[in-house]
Design a protein around this ligand. Sequence first.
Ligand code: ATP
Length: 234
Amino acid sequence: IDKTVVLAAEKITARFGGIVALKDVDLAVRRGSVLGLIGPNGAGKTTLVNVLSGLIQPTSGRIRFDGVHRSWTLGKAARSGVARTFQASTVFREFSVVENVSIGGLNSKRPVDPHQILDRVDLGGRAHEVAGSLSFGELRRLGVAIALSTAPKVILLDEPGAGLTGHDLTMLANLIRGIRDDGTGVVLVDHNMRFLMNTVDSVVVLEGGMVIAEGSPEEIQRDQRVLAAYLGSH
Ligand code: ATP
């Protein structure tokens, strides 16, 4: 067993009725590394994140966490230290920024000082304002802060960059790299290729529910199968 791998999907197949969303997918999330998950619309990215977070049960295949095969539900994944952010922001807009982070850490075995987390996401100065007053980019960083409130070993980020530009994207990329540098395993799904390729250490490409390529961002960007998958989808 590779000890650098914290969370692994092994031969995961997920069917919805007649649709095969994932077929025999293997994926390894490493400590202190950002894994980018890309693929055309409908490739199975969100389904894979849902399986890794325990939100849905695969039709077949297994999840290994810290080297051990585990039955994997949302609760077990969360207690083991797998945190996730969702495409839509999940903050309580009428509560303060710091309250949102405190609520996020309530059920954690390893609660973290909420003010320390807010400093990390550059929201330390906004701690006592209502979350509803934050800008779009700040709300996204608060979403990441809420995920960090449980001191996760793995963090799954589903399109954290959607709708962000310029300074907000740069700050998000720096934040993700900082989380990685602390030893956390990160999975990043995002449609913004430039942002993704600049942020990740390795890339897995899904098409039609199957892994069609994996490698460094440089390798993937010149992979003919990947280029064909993207061109064919438009
Ligand atoms: P996008 O980039 O558009 O978000 P994706 O790569 O995340 O796409 P998924 O959302 O995982 O792809 O979908 C993969 C396939 O599984 C699609 O054909 C989708 O329609 C199907 N699918 C996903 N969830 C369900 C569900 N709950 N019921 C039926 N089909 C589903």
